[in-house]
Write a new protein. Structure first.
Length: 130
């Protein structure tokens, strides 16, 4: 093989390795759950955070602050060549689903999760202090 073919093969191989690295480090739902629990002051009932309990300003969990994952979406193939993850969740209060709720929307790329939008309605979702 001549020199141009070796260079072309090397560049092609490098591109494949970079694309594989991007796909292997793309966050998934379990990464979101870990990030969610680290960023906000809450406790999950299950591994997917489908049911959560918020903490009050004193750091105590209360049953009236129990919320469940009502609706949302998880897109694991967003962005150019499907290299991003997007997730949106709406949580409603178990006792008063139409009176107290919040939603969170995030985007993940290269192992990092970034909050895009967070909105609350008649509830205070506290962030962790660290």
């Amino acid at each position: 093989m001549n020199k141009k073919r070796w260079i072309s093969l090397g560049i092609f191989s490098l591109i494949i390795v970079i694309i594989l690295a991007i796909f292997m480090t793309k966050p998934d739902e379990s990464d979101f759950v870990q990030w969610f629990q680290e960023k906000y002051d809450l406790s999950c009932y299950d591994a997917n955070c489908d049911r959560i309990v918020l903490k009050d300003k004193n750091g105590d969990t209360r049953e009236d602050l129990t919320f469940w994952h009502f609706e949302g979406y998880y897109d694991h193939s967003a962005g150019f060549l499907g290299t991003k993850m997007q997730l949106k969740r709406l949580y409603r209060n178990v006792d008063h689903p139409n009176q107290s709720y919040f939603s969170i929307e995030v985007e993940g790329f290269l192992g990092d999760i970034k909050e895009i939008e967070f909105s609350e309605y008649h509830v205070d979702v506290l962030k962790n202090k660290h």
